[in-house]
Design a protein. Structure first.
Length: 165
């Protein structure tokens, strides 16, 4: 099997910056504790296509309330590949868990974005659920992609979400 990517944590500084924007009540100490407990995504079985992403802290999801979860994870991805993010199917069936952008697309050049390629998941549910830190909540699947013969993309990514237009 071809190895085309590597997961790693963003820096503590980047994680703290991003989490403070979303959860301003978290103390520096709590943020450092959360960061220390971040687990890199992994497959549950040898036959699994998806890499489970784990919640870095407890999250209460309430119906139709959007919550952005900073995972603390970035992915270095080989050119020609993309990481697609999906909800864990059990959460979708039981609680209507969904990603607000339907499928998260992590491009290979996102790794070098200003936010260190910090992968965040904005999600909502149709029925309330409280999920504990360490619970798998989304999964990422690496897929190859092609480009057209007349492709002339010459832009350069500098920002994070939505930065390419």
């Amino acid at each position: 099997m071809e190895r085309i990517a590597r997961f790693e944590k963003v820096s503590l500084q980047q994680f703290a910056e991003d989490i403070k924007k979303l959860f301003p009540n978290f103390s520096e100490e709590k943020i450092a504790d959360i960061y220390g407990g971040i687990v890199l995504p992994r497959r549950a079985t040898a036959g699994s296509a998806g890499y489970d992403f784990f919640l870095p802290f407890d999250v209460d999801f309430l119906p139709d309330v959007r919550v952005t979860v900073p995972t603390g994870i970035r992915a270095e991805i080989a050119e020609g590949w993309v990481l697609n993010l999906y909800p864990r199917s059990g959460l979708g069936f039981k609680h209507g868990f969904r990603l607000e952008n339907t499928v998260g697309i992590i491009d290979s050049d996102y790794y070098n974005a200003k936010n260190q390629g910090h992968i965040m998941a904005k999600a909502s549910v149709s029925s309330a659920v409280s999920l504990e830190a360490g619970k798998a909540f989304i999964q990422g699947v690496f897929l190859p992609f092609g480009i057209t013969e007349d492709d002339n993309a010459d832009g350069e990514r500098v920002g994070g979400f939505g930065s390419s237009g």
